[in-house]
Design a protein around this ligand. Structure first.
Ligand code: ADP
Ligand code: MG
Length: 708
């Protein structure tokens, strides 16, 4: 739907309109059935088939009343996006030929999509195609409207016939349970007997680019690879810093308005919108919620961003680096841990130095992040993100924690003396204008360069890529923190009579051992790279180098201990990373070969021909044609260089495609094919700067970024 200017929107009314919310269930289900469903939602367990039948019927009736014809088990295979196969509610007609729309409890709870064409990393041979989807009762069903009509989407987890996870959701749910169980032990040690569950809460800030549809359609690289593979810088980039938080253009504003409406109807709390740093780059942030719902909703946000763009003759680019030379896009994953009686374990209060539970949680997180910095970095890697991490704009690939002045000082005191007597306070911010109020300042400034920053009562994991699912980063975060909570609880539960002393010693021990992970300075500086090396922190440069961290003994032990991944599941995921990487770079290389060979080189060759004829005529007419000759020589040299680079790229690409071993192949793509791609891009970008603009066959960076 496209809203009109001035139209009054009743946001309270439309919010959640397309969601089968708990409130709707309560309204439509018999009381006992509703109670059973709520119990399973809150505490786990299984619905009886009789109950499932009643829930399915209520869900179907609601969906059909709202126009649905089909349902789907909506799942998140290892492609990083979502998948769906639609089945209509149509059932077998009775003897009189009448048909009733039907949906059973069995169909609600379990689906059986053919799993053979999803990435499985060798977990399953193609002939063993069986896979199952299972309803995730904790994430609400919703209606999706598209060209297909209205579809009831049931969020599900996806497993193989032998029970291995083939998706991103199953491990996430497993990690949430592990974190809850271990965090509860910590909470209980501090005397809270009321809490029954602890949830990871997540708020992802999503960055994206918009581009005009017609221009997009003229760029094969955007169409096939989602990013530009050629392109000289426009005369203006982001250097004026006038786009960040700038006035939103009409067309973009209309897009944002419709996007919000779509998301609100889907129960997504779209909250903040603004222009980002690069031209044509924007951001949307929802309000945080339970991790698995946040993961589902972030998928819906990404989908809606693309779908709504179509309605506005725009295209939405979620790639981490659509354009060279300006900022790329990421996803800041805000994460905290909150008990079901409303206590945020990351809330330091005014005097964090006296908040022992907070200090223990912080110490455990320092330990977790330091011990598994490699895994955390891995969890945020995807092919596009290799262009961001460490490329001097996004967080570096080195994982460190930013605590801010106040907490860093508390940690320092604890490490040095075992006690933190003092705490820095923010003080007053004096505006110096009598009509403006003075503020209480935060105790800590921000640091945009840190990959993992404490921001008040949450950690902001900034390394995540804009196109990626946030399931893996949150699975890893939950798992590593569950592990250190578990170890701390093991120690502290044994020292119940001497608790104060034991907890004090443990905080000091963890903070001392893991202080090296704390870094408050400039994460983009070369000094930090050297300093991090001295501290022994890993600096893993690429997605495929990070892949092997999944299958180290340390990783297998961690994920195995909490039943999040088996060794086989981890091995399969490592393999999928190599496959995905190789396939993606292969597409990029083929696209470059196509564009250079069929469009750009022929256009430049014909331009050169015209130039040569002009020179001949000018000379015939008695002039020297000095400038034209100089230009001709420049063009000729660069064109020859481009042609040679194209030949090389074709050769190495053919070599790469023929390789059998996926890991070796992935590394060959990174070390050889990508190098050949860069070698082809360089002369072509130079040609773009000197060739007559009217003969250049594709829209330029200026067109793409400024014509939105
Ligand atoms: P900041 O300006 O510090 O980045 P915002 O208030 O803009 O913070 O929030 C950014 C994101 O963090 C939003 O999605 C917000 O809902 C989320 N967020 C806020 N508090 C929490 C929390 N306790 N746990 C998880 N996410 C949170
Ligand atoms: Mg933020």
């Amino acid at each position: 739907m496209v809203t009109k200017m001035g139209e009054v929107l009743n946001v309270e009314k439309i919010f959640g309109e397309k969601v089968f919310t708990v409130a709707k269930m309560k309204e439509r289900l018999p009381k006992k059935v509703f109670q059973e469903v709520k119990k399973v939602m809150d505490q786990g367990g299984e619905l009886s088939m009789a109950t499932a039948d009643i829930v399915a019927k209520a869900m179907k009736d609601w969906a059909v009343e709202n126009g649905a014809t089909h349902y789907t088990h909506w799942f998140q295979p290892l492609t990083g996006i979502t998948a769906e196969k639609h089945d209509s509610f149509v059932s077998h007609p009775d003897v009189d030929g009448r048909m009733l729309m039907e949906f059973s409890g069995k169909e609600l709870i379990k689906g059986e999509p053919d799993a053979s064409s999803f990435p499985s990393g060798g977990l399953r041979a193609t002939f063993e195609a069986r896979g199952y989807t299972a309803w995730d009762i904790t994430s609400p069903a919703f209606l999706k409207e598209s060209g297909c009509g209205t579809i009831l989407c049931i969020p599900t987890a996806f497993c193989s016939y032998t029970g291995e996870a083939l998706d991103k959701k199953t491990p996430l749910l497993r990690s949430m349970e592990a974190l809850s169980e271990q965090a509860l032990r910590i909470v209980k040690l501090f005397g809270d007997q009321e809490a029954t569950k602890v949830t990871a809460s997540v708020g992802p800030e999503q960055e994206y680019f918009l581009v005009d549809k017609d221009l997009y359609m003229q760029r094969k690289d955007l169409m096939f690879a989602g990013r530009t593979l050629f392109g000289a810088p426009a005369p203006k980039g982001q250097e004026m810093e006038d786009h960040y938080f700038g006035v939103i253009k009409e067309r973009v504003g209309n897009y944002m308005k419709d996007l919000n409406v779509e998301l609100w109807k889907l129960g997504v709390t779209a909250k903040t919108q603004h222009n980002e740093v690069a031209p044509a780059q924007h951001e949307l942030a929802p309000i945080y919620e339970t991790a698995n719902i946040a993961v589902d909703h972030n998928q819906l946000v990404m989908e809606a961003m693309k779908r709504v763009a179509y309605k506005h003759d725009l295209r939405c680019l979620l790639h981490e680096k659509p354009y060279a030379g300006v900022n790329g896009s990421g996803k800041h994953n805000n994460w905290s841990i909150i008990t079901d009686n409303g206590v945020n374990l990351l809330e330091p209060g005014d005097t964090p130095n006296k908040n022992i539970r907070f200090l223990l949680v912080l110490a455990c997180i320092m330990k977790a992040v330091d011990t598994h910095a490699d895994l955390l970095r891995q969890s945020a890697s995807d092919v596009g993100n290799d262009h961001r991490l460490g490329a001097n704009e996004a967080p570096p690939a080195i994982i460190s924690i930013f605590l801010g002045d106040q907490l860093e000082d508390v940690v320092r005191q604890l490490v040095e003396t075992g006690d933190a007597e003092k705490v820095k306070q923010g003080g007053k911010l004096e505006t110096g204008v009598s009509t403006l109020p003075d503020f209480e300042k935060d105790a800590t400034d921000r640091n945009r360069t840190s990959p993992f920053a404490f921001t008040g009562n949450k950690f902001e994991f900034r390394t995540v890529g804009s196109a990626d699912s946030i399931a893996s980063p949150n699975t890893t975060l939950n798992a590593i923190v569950a592990e250190s909570f578990c170890e701390a609880a093991d120690i502290l539960e044994k020292s119940a009579d001497n608790f104060d002393m034991a907890v004090h010693d443990l905080i000091k021990k963890y903070m001392t051992q893991h202080q090296r992970i704390v870094f408050n300075g400039d994460g983009y500086s070369d000094e930090w790279v050297a300093e991090a090396k001295r501290r022994g922190l890993p600096n893993i440069k690429s997605m495929i180098e990070a892949a092997a961290t999944l299958t180290t003994d340390k990783s297998v032990a961690l994920f195995g201990k909490f039943g999040i991944f088996t060794k086989a599941e981890l091995e399969s995921r490592e393999e999928i990373i190599y496959e995905t990487y190789a396939k993606t770079i292969n597409i990029e290389a083929l696209t470059m070969i196509d564009m250079a060979g069929k469009d750009i080189i022929p256009a430049v060759a014909s331009y050169e021909g015209g130039l040569a004829s002009t020179i001949l005529s000018i000379k015939e007419a008695g002039a020297k044609a000095t400038a034209q000759i100089e230009l001709l020589q420049e063009v000729d040299t660069l064109l020859a260089e481009a042609k040679k680079a194209l030949n090389t790229l074709k050769e190495v690409e053919a070599q790469a495609s023929s390789m059998q071993d996926v890991k070796a192949q992935a590394f060959y793509y990174k070390d050889t094919v990508k190098v050949a791609m860069d070698a082809l891009r360089a002369p072509i970008d130079k040609l773009e700067m000197i060739v007559d603009g009217t003969v250049w066959p594709i829209p330029t960076y200026g067109d793409l970024m400024f014509e939105v």
